[in-house]
Ligand binder design. Structure first.
Ligand code: GLC
Length: 534
């Protein structure tokens, strides 16, 4: 048995056929519909209280913070009102111990502290003036409403949203696990810590990163009907899309929903699918031994099963487990000098016993991007990465080829699963039909403005029959060929096919969640301004 044969065998375990993809799309559509009717379903289908996407004319200075899976970002955003914006931001890695802190307060106090630092650094005048007045003005509040920054809080975890700036944490995902926060209003948790530091900041809107991405993409690429879907393929994966309010029947049951429908003039509601938990019961998802072991060892077994096969936090771990399985099989000559062809370093291939290969989460998903995209002579880049990142010294070209093949299979499977989610949203919203109808009647008159400056996207044709999808996250940005694999799967999907695939436009909304949160804070700020004391 050669190493190449073994690598091919393992790679084949990650195949996800055309038939599998089509079955999964059907199940995804079923779960989407089910999630709109009641709570407690696999796809949570959370109404976000955001009812419209922007058109690029919005203006003003806003703040946004973004608690993602890995980093915390604080930004201020000047929306220029012509589809462009300027953004100032700072980013810190979230300390691992805070991700699993005993109390929510520990995490949120840290976040508020970062906001304070940001204001001191980037908005010193505003901040100092405010603090000065606070000290001299005797009223309780100590500030004037107009001095307060409206802040959009991007919180990239499942939240049962009960108002534009109110939402109860349903469960943690990705690496977070702070039991004390479950069921609490995350906006209030943040506002309390902001108030403790006397900062001129009001948490005006709670936003999932996917919703932010959808908003940002719609702001920066105007001149068409608006974006249908915002999706993240990063540390985690999820999507939010524009749904008809009338289909969100579970809303009718709740009273806050009644408000949403009376103030809703668009007839739409942006819905956060939380598709990371698609098919937790594994009806249609693939399940290799590596997937099963990863899940069993995770801090949330049995949930986020789709995310565990698709997103950046997990792909490296799947590869690690596949490689360790090969290493543990004495019949397989992986990283074994004797059967490797001569390697030009003339030293013995060795896997150090302290290699991160032997530690859970030891292999970063960026390694997959390197291996998969490696076109260097003799796969030198992969061999260097094996040495540098995994303490595998003097790996041979055969070793690197095996690693590359398996990494590519894992990445391709992830992209095909990503295609399932996107395709299901496109098909279930009837967007392809609607786009065709729009094309037949010509572009709407509002699209005739030929705005020349867009910030994050360019060279995109102005056409009436395209469906726009905004994406963000390390995988779509850095994983070689991720979009092309998605497109390959689209062409195999019933109801999309080659013609439909061409009409789906996928564009990066880089750092979209910050801008998107600002845009929602803007709308929320306007509403709050008119409803003070509510
Ligand atoms: C996880 C979170 C979800 C978020 C996604 C991307 O799936 O549950 O809310 O949108 O990660 O960051």
């Amino acid at each position: 048995m050669t190493l190449a044969d073994e690598a091919r065998r393992v790679a084949a375990e990650f195949e996800y056929s055309k038939d599998d993809v089509n079955k999964a799309v059907k199940e995804f559509i079923r779960e989407m519909d089910e999630g709109l009717t009641k709570d407690g379903t696999e796809l949570s289908q959370i109404p976000t209280y955001v009812t419209a996407v922007p058109n690029g004319t919005e203006k003003g200075l806003y703040m946004a913070v973004d608690l993602g899976g890995t980093n915390f970002r604080v930004c201020s955003i000047q929306l220029h009102g012509n589809t462009t914006f300027s953004l100032t931001q700072s980013k810190v890695a979230i300390p691992k111990e805070l991700m699993v802190a005993k109390t929510a307060k520990e995490l949120f106090a840290f976040l508020a502290k970062q906001i304070e630092k940001f204001l001191q650094t980037h908005h010193a005048e505003h901040y100092q003036g405010f603090v000065r007045r606070r000290k001299t003005i005797s009223n309780d509040e100590g500030f004037r409403e107009e001095e307060v920054f409206n802040l959009g809080f991007t919180f990239s975890f499942p939240v049962n949203q009960i108002g534009i700036n109110k939402g109860l944490l349903m469960r943690w995902t990705k690496g977070f696990d702070i039991n004390d926060a479950i069921g609490k209003d995350v906006c209030a948790l943040l506002q309390d810590e902001i108030d403790a530091l006397h900062l001129p900041v009001r948490v005006a809107a709670l936003v999932n990163d996917t919703v932010g991405t959808l908003m940002a993409r719609s702001y920066t690429s105007p001149g068409k009907k608006g974006t249908l879907l915002g999706a993240i393929f990063g540390t985690g994966t999820n999507g939010a899309y524009v749904e008809k309010l009338s289909k969100v029947t579970k809303l009718a049951a709740s009273s806050s929903a009644a408000d949403a429908s009376t103030t809703n003039t668009t007839g739409n509601m942006i819905v956060n699918t939380e598709w990371g938990s698609f098919d937790n019961t594994l009806k249609v998802l693939p399940n290799t031994p590596y997937d099963a072991a990863l899940d069993a060892d995770s801090n949330n077994p049995g949930i986020q099963m789709f995310e565990k096969r698709v997103s950046g936090m997990f792909l490296g771990e799947i590869l690690r487990r596949a490689l360790v399985a090969l290493l543990n099989n004495p019949a397989v000559p992986l990283f074994a000098d004797d059967t490797s062809a001569a390697n030009e370093l003339h030293s013995t291939t060795n896997v150090d016993e302290s290699s991160p290969l032997f530690t859970r989460w030891g292999l970063d998903s960026s390694f997959l991007s390197t291996a998969h995209g490696d076109a260097s002579l003799g796969l030198r880049m992969t061999r260097q990465a094996l040495d540098r990142d995994l303490a595998v010294s003097a790996a041979s070209e055969e070793d690197a080829a095996a690693v590359k093949l398996i990494a590519a299979a894992i990445g391709r499977r992830a992209a095909r699963l990503a295609a399932v989610a996107i395709a299901a949203v496109v098909l279930n919203t009837g967007a392809l039909d609607a786009a065709a109808a729009a094309a037949a009647t010509g572009p709407p008159t509002t699209t005739t403005t030929t705005t020349t400056t867009t910030t994050t996207t360019s060279q995109e044709e102005e056409a009436g029959d395209e469906i726009d999808v905004g994406v963000d996250g390390s995988l779509v940005e850095f994983y070689p060929g991720f979009e092309e694999y998605i497109r390959e799967a689209f062409r195999e999907i019933d109801g999309i096919g080659a013609a439909g695939e061409r009409r789906i436009r996928i564009g990066i909304a880089k750092d979209g969640s910050g801008v998107g949160a600002a845009l929602i804070a803007l709308v929320a700020g306007q509403v709050a301004g008119g409803e003070e004391g509510e």
